[in-house]
Design a protein around this ligand. Structure first.
Ligand code: BDR
Ligand code: CA
Length: 311
């Protein structure tokens, strides 16, 4: 059983990661959720997190609000993709749940330091809160179990600029702090998430019957399917954040290679590019991340359909 903190900017695929985590009680203990600005601002992602937990009947899980702005750069959003409220503009389910008093970075520090070697951080949004936590309490680097990040594009183009993936682009300075913290990182990058998709018929099958969680998924995916796209484009849904979550407890879904990687902060056209040295003899440093080199997408899709199918 992996004890995790989900650091998130919900987000349609973030929401699917929530539902997978909550549908996996034998594998995942969701200790806390921390929110951050990313896909939309933290003033939206925080009520989104509360609403998602309420929808799934898990109002017992603490939610802490995190950073509203990136460390250095100006804010960028992905509301063109996730809708103005972050959840495909589907009405947020009502909730009376409240955030805890602590800041996200403080809650992360408290949980990690209280249980040395036990807590896995799972950031599926920009890395602002994680970098803040490292700066406030650097010893979390020695006390975390692992950091499993959705972010980056190592050997494929970016999805936000030609070279940068959204979560890294949205706060590249935070990402660099996190990459260079000397703690165990697995990076679930676009290289594997972009090719791990649910098809419209999968969502139709998944949501054909069931309760409020399924109806909510259906409505979010309808938003995705309605978006204008080129006539020949199949509306696949890329499972970035849920794949990341699944590899926490099934690392074998991905084949990993230790590499040295860093985040570009000075490029003219390449801010937020994740540069990985797959050839060890070229690397300026020792490996600091586990990079994905292959993924068993079919096995992941089966797992997701089975587990969230029961929701
Ligand atoms: C990442 O960016 C966000 O839009 C998604 O939620 C995911 O975390 C993919 O690049
Ligand atoms: Ca996300």
């Amino acid at each position: 059983l992996q004890r995790i903190i989900l650091d998130t900017d919900p987000g349609i695929d973030d929401a699917l990661a929530f539902f997978l985590a909550l549908a996996s009680p034998d594998d995942i203990k969701l200790e806390a959720v921390t929110t951050v600005s990313g896909n939309v601002g933290v003033e939206e992602t925080t009520p989104n997190a509360l609403a998602l937990l309420t929808l799934a009947g898990r109002t017992d899980i603490p939610v802490a609000r995190g950073c509203s702005l990136p460390l250095v750069r100006e804010q960028v959003k992905a509301d063109y993709y996730h809708g103005h409220n972050g959840l495909g503009d589907v009405a947020r389910p009502a909730t009376t749940m409240q955030v805890v008093a602590q800041h996200a970075a403080q809650l992360i520090i408290e949980k990690v330091m209280q249980a040395p070697g036990e807590i896995t951080l799972v950031p599926i949004g920009p890395l602002t809160n994680i970098a803040m936590a490292l700066r406030l309490e650097p010893r979390i680097a020695q006390n975390v179990r692992e950091v499993v990040i959705m972010g980056g594009a190592l050997r494929v183009p970016g999805n936000t600029t030609p070279t940068a993936e959204f979560n890294i682009y949205a706060d590249p300075h935070a990402a660099q702090i996190v990459f260079q913290a000397g703690w165990p990182i697995r990076l679930v990058s676009l290289d594997v998430t972009e090719i791990t998709c649910l098809r419209p018929q999968d969502f139709a099958e998944l949501t054909a019957s069931g309760g409020p969680v399924k109806s909510f998924i259906r409505a979010m995916i309808d938003f995705h399917l309605r978006k204008p796209r080129p006539a020949n484009e199949v509306p696949l849904f890329q499972m970035h954040d849920p794949l990341c979550l699944a590899t926490v407890f099934q690392p074998g879904l991905i084949t990993w290679q230790p590499v040295y990687a860093d985040v570009e902060l000075n490029g003219t056209h390449t801010l937020g590019e994740t540069v990985a040295y797959f050839k060890a003899d070229e690397a300026p440093g020792a490996p600091n991340i586990q990079a994905p080199v292959a993924v068993d997408s079919a096995r992941f899709i089966k797992l997701f359909m089975e587990r969230v199918g029961k929701a």
